[in-house]
Design a protein around this ligand. Structure first.
Ligand code: FAD
Length: 309
């Protein structure tokens, strides 16, 4: 837990970022978990996944946009990505995931309406391309505004996905509020660092809360998107699907690019819907330090790969 907190703090440290970027081990980790720097890399990765029957959700890396112009640039990058996905015939195999702070949420004052406007533009473009959008969930301070934005936009785009994090105590209430019929809800443990009052700090508590929310989702009319690499939780999701009479098209498993690829293919081979989170772009540092905070073995894996070259 101490290491995890230190790594999450490091994910926000700019000096450390440039130091880390220069090490060969970092290159190994980046290559494993990030599709590449350009949209064409992400589209290529999504096409490769679609070829083996796996869906994807593509994230343009970057968060905490500092001004409205930058939020506009990020939005245009996503619009170009959606055009490319459409051009490559990848809808509905590939959708996009967007961080609200990357499209303006953190700008204060008008930030929330700017983020809503920008995400609405992505929804319109995704809808025209025959695909969908999921709004990622970030640090706990952004949860209420993110859920407000999703709730408003769902009136026009009911398929807009949202994310709930089981490490937050509020999440079971949010599951109840957001689980409308057909609502696409990604349930994950949470990748940031909640405070003691608002979050569960112990691994087992987070896992137990995950199962409670998962059960609620499977029993509701919502469409559960089960985002975990945890073998026990994946097995529980399968059991809940069967006991609630849900077929393969009625929920999906989600994992990140580079994590448990054999398991992704195994589940897809059984007929399950599997979606992989495919990040691309130059701003990989915050994303990768969170992956290492979750599983320090991810760094050891890359170190071994570099040493054996
Ligand atoms: P962990 O608790 O990290 O691991 C449990 C067990 O799973 C491990 O003991 C190990 O047995 C196995 N395992 C885990 N990783 C691996 C691996 N790479 N290889 C082999 N075995 C492994 N978080 C957010 O806060 N907001 C988001 O919007 C968000 N979106 C996400 C989208 C997707 C598709 C996914 C998969 C995750 C997302 N996350 C998000 C991150 C998530 O919250 C967790 O931090 C992350 O998934 C790690 O938790 P875990 O459930 O995979 O299991």
């Amino acid at each position: 837990m101490v290491l995890r907190r230190a790594l999450i703090a490091a994910s926000q440290n700019e000096r450390l970022r440039s130091l880390v970027a220069r090490t060969p081990v970092t290159r190994g980790v980046v290559n494993r978990f990030v599709a590449g720097e350009g949209a064409h890399d992400a589209v290529r990765a999504a096409a490769g996944l679609a070829d083996v029957g796996v869906y994807s959700t593509i994230d343009h890396l970057g968060e905490h946009t500092v001004d409205p112009a930058q939020a506009g640039q990020v939005t245009r990058e996503y619009l170009r990505l959606l055009e490319r996905l459409d051009g490559a015939g990848l809808a509905p195999w590939a959708e996009v995931s967007v961080k609200p702070t990357a499209v303006g949420l953190a700008l204060g004052g008008e930030g929330e309406s700017l983020a809503a406007e920008n995400i609405a533009r992505l929804c319109a473009s995704a809808s025209a391309a025959g695909t969908t959008v999921t709004v990622d969930m970030e640090d706990e301070v952004w949860v209420p505004a993110t859920l407000r934005v999703v709730t408003v936009l769902r009136r026009e785009y009911p398929w807009l996905g949202c994310v709930l994090q089981s490490y937050l105590r509020r999440t079971e209430g949010d599951v109840a509020a957001m689980a409308a019929p057909g609502a696409r809800i990604r349930l994950c443990k949470g990748a940031y660092a909640p405070s003691a009052g608002t979050g569960y700090l112990g691994r087992h508590e987070v896992d137990r809360a995950f199962v409670r929310s998962l059960r609620h989702l499977f029993e509701s009319g919502a469409y559960p998107m089960v985002a975990t690499h945890d073998p026990r939780l994946i097995a529980i999701a399968g059991t809940l699907a069967r006991s609630n009479g849900r077929g393969h098209a009625d929920f999906e498993y989600q994992m990140v690019f580079g994590a448990r690829p054999a398991e992704q293919r195994r589940l897809a081979g059984l007929g399950a819907r599997v979606r992989v989170y495919v990040p691309y772009g130059r701003e990989w540092y915050g994303y990768l330090t969170r992956r290492i905070a979750e599983r320090p073995a991810n760094l050891a894996f890359a170190a071994r790969a570099v040493a054996s070259r």
